[in-house]
Write a protein that binds this ligand. Structure first.
Ligand SMILES: NC(=O)c1ccc[n+]([C@@H]2O[C@H](COP(=O)([O-])OP(=O)(O)OC[C@H]3O[C@@H](n4cnc5c(N)ncnc54)[C@H](OP(=O)(O)O)[C@@H]3O)[C@@H](O)[C@H]2O)c1
Length: 209
């Protein structure tokens, strides 16, 4: 995120931060991906950024990719649905369009269908992922999905990368969106586990208490 806490600019044109990362930081990001079992993103991140979420700049295995997209608003041509190098699971709600489900299955995407309207029930999803052997899940974004995980108290660790930039913009998404906590006592408390400066980027690692 930027120094002012933004995870994308106000015009929501994606792929904002990755180009700001130098080779050292990019390697580190890809190493984190290689070390987890799965990486998860929300529909908007796929629509706006079209990420691959694979491990490319270091040696390592590609994580399983998980997308939350209740009604399949994402393009079926998104990079994340190309499954030659890495598996993808798409979590949808029961009334997701059947024709899109069939086409994605043909592409090798695994579909998990939940009894929901617009928000994938995260605990049910995590139960299924656990039974598939997923123990370390990296929630890469975006801010709405991060909030859902925080609200349900499903987060063990938080990694914050503060890049030397200021984006501003009251409509720019921050690191965590959603409705937010209204009472200070309800806010999520953290313990700093590690801090580091890599070039001008500050890297913070927190345990959630
Ligand atoms: N700087 C970074 O590290 C970073 C990383 C990732 C993304 N981003 C930026 O973040 C922005 C996108 O973030 P965003 O907050 O707008 O969207 P998002 O979190 O990527 O996706 C939110 C969407 O996911 C779907 N969803 C399904 N189940 C959900 C659940 N249980 N909880 C929350 N969402 C659920 C919903 O769409 P449906 O209701 O249609 O299912 C929801 O609108 C982009 O601009 C991207 O560039 C930045």
């Amino acid at each position: 995120m930027s120094v002012d806490g933004k995870s994308a600019p106000a015009n929501r044109k994606g792929r904002t931060f990755t180009p700001l990362l130098n080779e050292k930081l990019l390697s580190r990001l890809h190493k984190i991906r290689a070390d987890v079992d799965a990486v998860l993103v929300g529909a908007e991140t796929v629509i706006e950024d079209d990420p691959k979420l694979t491990v490319r700049v270091v040696q390592g295995k590609n994580p399983l990719r998980v997308v939350l997209d209740s009604l399949i608003r994402t393009s079926l041509d998104s990079h994340i649905y190309k499954t030659e190098d890495s598996r993808t699971i798409l979590a949808v709600c029961h009334d997701a369009p059947e024709n899109k489900i069939l086409r994605l299955k043909e592409k090798g995407v695994e579909i998990l269908n939940f009894d929901c309207d617009r928000k994938i029930p995260l605990r049910d999803l995590l139960d299924i992922l656990y039974h598939k052997g997923i123990r370390r899940l990296l929630v890469e974004g975006g801010s709405e999905v991060r909030w859902s995980f925080m609200k349900e108290r499903l987060v063990d660790e938080i990694f914050v990368w503060i890049t030397p930039s200021v984006w501003g913009g009251r409509k720019a998404p921050t690191m965590v969106g959603g409705d937010g906590y209204l009472e200070r006592d309800h806010s999520i408390k953290l313990k700093l586990k590690n801090s580091e400066i890599v070039d001008d980027t500050v890297i913070l690692e927190y345990h959630v208490l």
